[in-house]
Design a protein around this ligand. Structure first.
Ligand SMILES: [Zn+2]
Ligand SMILES: [Zn+2]
Length: 369
């Protein structure tokens, strides 16, 4: 008669604490789990025995009874293996420790179960020059992979759950003997995941995730330029298996402006002045990012002359001060100039050659309206 000593099976002392019992069982279950020992059929039998031992010893009442009776009780015969009941992992098996062990297996064996940070997302947003200058509030819309709201990521239809793949018995792979070789192939039924979904979630089709439209309100900073990057931490794709989410990057680009061209923080625009007025001198209205301002055009202003409006350009991004606004004069010549007009044009280009072309700070008319 073979007596089975549960304490001995688990390699522990009869005075072992519950913690020690759990620890011993975890260690042995790892060692003898059939998934880990596909080539050793007796490992499964041993696994059943240590599991039985654990089931009894972790239960205070059963353990006390066992301690009183000694190794003569059990679910199946102590006198040999008898007919061991079919062992199939059950979800509610002994206070979750079995689930923990299975999880450990998945972690160790399946790369797909590894924790992974979510992908960063990029969103290109075009804004106007005015919005770039003053800062703006924008709404962006995009779709992002998110946990399915119906199955909450379980991939199963509500009220159902995954089962161990009956094809590969949860290993994710199938072994077949070909002559001397053992060929291992990925289980086609579960695609190597070891889990089987009897009824996939109708909303996500069993993916557990789906693209869900998102709307974000963001503010763009004053002074933003082409390529300015805004980072929204944690708003990218979700991570896998508890990994953190990626980030969302909003990349700004500035729409072409009908009046201003930008170079760094400076802006340039052109003003057309009639020939006779450029010759005599006049006042013109120069556009700015806000209200237009009147500036003086002194007599004999050559075409191409630049007047600078200090501090009326773009604000510096994350800095102090602002760039300048450069107003370049274009002289409008008549298509068929007479003698007088031709003389004026010659005089203006002479002025230009004499070095009067250089940029100059704009002056404003004395009387403010
Ligand atoms: Zn779903
Ligand atoms: Zn399978």
């Amino acid at each position: 008669m073979i007596k089975r000593d549960y304490y001995h099976l688990l390699g522990i002392d009869p005075s072992a604490s519950l913690e020690e019992i759990k620890k011993a069982y975890r260690r042995l279950a790892h060692q003898y789990h059939p998934d880990k020992n596909p080539d050793n059929p007796s490992a499964g039998d041993h696994f059943r025995l240590i599991t039985e031992a654990y089931e009894i010893l972790q239960d205070t009442r059963k353990r006390a009874a066992y301690d009183r009776q000694g190794p003569s009780m059990g679910r199946w015969g102590f006198e040999g293996f008898g007919e061991p009941p079919d062992f199939s992992p059950q979800k509610d098996f002994v206070d979750g420790i079995f689930e923990e062990i299975l999880e450990d297996f998945f972690r160790a064996d399946r790369p797909r179960q590894r924790r992974a940070r979510g992908t960063d997302l990029r969103f290109n947003l075009e804004i106007s020059l005015e919005e770039a200058a003053w800062g703006s509030e924008q709404k962006i819309r995009f779709s992002r992979k998110s946990i399915c709201p119906v199955c909450r990521g379980s991939r199963c239809a509500p009220g159902t759950q995954t089962t161990v793949c009956p094809y590969c018995e949860g290993t994710g792979s199938l072994r077949t003997q070909r002559g001397f070789f053992i060929v291992e192939t990925t289980c086609e039924r579960c695609k190597g995941e070891g889990e089987y979904i009897p009824r996939p979630c109708p909303r996500c089709g069993g993916a557990g995730v789906l693209k869900i439209p998102q709307v974000f309100k963001i503010s763009t900073p004053p002074g933003a330029d082409n390529g300015t990057r805004l980072r929204l931490a944690g708003e990218g794709e979700m991570g896998r298996n508890g990994g953190s989410a990626g980030d969302l990057y909003v990349i700004l680009s500035i729409r072409r402006h009908p009046v201003f061209t930008r170079s760094g923080n400076d802006l340039t625009c052109e003003i057309l002045v009639e020939l006779s007025l450029a010759f005599k001198g006049t006042e013109v209205e120069a556009p700015t990012l806000k209200d237009p301002v009147r500036i003086k055009i002194p007599p004999k202003t050559p075409p191409g002359k630049i007047f600078i409006l200090k501090g009326m350009g773009m604000p510096a991004l994350q800095g102090r001060g602002r760039g300048d606004l450069k107003v370049q004069i274009r002289v409008e010549a008549p298509s068929r100039p007479g003698k007088k007009e031709r003389e004026m044009m010659e005089e203006l280009s002479r002025q230009g050659r004499k070095g009067k072309m250089g940029p100059e700070e704009a002056s404003f008319p004395r009387s403010a309206n």
